[in-house]
Write a protein that binds this ligand. Sequence first.
Ligand code: NAD
Length: 362
Amino acid sequence: MKAAILLLPGDGIGPEVVAAAASILRVVASRYRHQFDLREAPIGGAALRLGLAPLPDETLTAAQNADAVLLGAVGDPEFDRGDSSRRPESALLAIRRELKLYANLRPARVWPGLEASGPLKPDILAGTDMLVVRELTGGLYYGEPRGIAEDGTSAYNTMRYYRHEIERIGRRAFDAARVRKKRVTSVDKANVLETSRLWREVVTALASEFADVALDHMYVDSCAMKVALAPSSFDVILTENMFGDILSDEAGAVVGSLGLLPSASLGDGPGLFEPVHGSAPDIAGKDVANPIGAIGSAAMLLRYALRLETEARAVEQAIEKALLGGARTADLADPAHPRIGTREMAMAIESALLALPPTPVN
Ligand code: NAD
């Protein structure tokens, strides 16, 4: 396969973790005989430093023309005091809006050997591997009308969902479940909200197109409890914007370090793949950042943008092997293992990838 992948390293630890993820993509390309054209463009503080906008037009055009975009992180204390349109972070909202990304996918899995590094008891966490599929462009965060009453005594927001918005995010969740454990839990508050009742009706109707995937429904409050009490009971969680915002952070927190978490944002054009963490200026340039969130995002890019499931699984299996072999960056360090840097972690994952059989991995 030939694919154009745009790399947007950005700020802080962004360039270090994107370099690590790019090295893994190069290994995948040579091992599985693909041609990945990896190009870089500036974004965030890195673009501002060149005298450009946080999201330069050339960067946006390159993203629109790519098959997929891999972003590091944006945010630089140097620009914290500028006006808000010149803040590095404004590039993130702009690129998500311009690429019309309506689906946010956040996996939360516990890697073997790291069961004790999360806040839950290891036996509760063991086997956790869920994917939160969050609607990203509708609901309470965007609904109109919204505002604060003139006399300041009240404020209001509007939660509105259209059938087509629910249907398209629902399809993403069912599709994702097909290459996982084939279970979707649709999360709503249908006992209270009309939008949730429509949500439930549309998702239930959609399920008939995906007979191989099991569907159940759960209220958001029970779901929040169950994510903390029995995280391993979930496969795919499908939910609207605000519930997903909260549940995806909760799911990420139960599995441990921020440096481990990948994400994908999908629309009908090129998708955007990025680790969940920010630019971490406190550790930037020191070769200590954990690159697994970025490398996991590259695996998601292979799976969801390029439909290369075998290659995506191979990368995830290589991460697992490296961790089982004792590779630990500072954020994961425990007394039993020496700390290694960003580059060394990437090399450990690369070696594990090269040691896998080149045939399909299950
Ligand atoms: P952060 O995620 O950058 O860092 C939070 C803490 O986690 C820090 O102590 C950091 O050292 C640690 N950390 C983060 N990623 C790590 C990794 N890969 N390995 C090891 N440790 C890691 O969040 P913050 O400190 O609140 O924000 C810093 C900057 O990043 C701000 O400018 C913020 O606006 C920006 N930000 C950007 C994004 C993004 O680009 N998607 C997301 C969040 C924050």
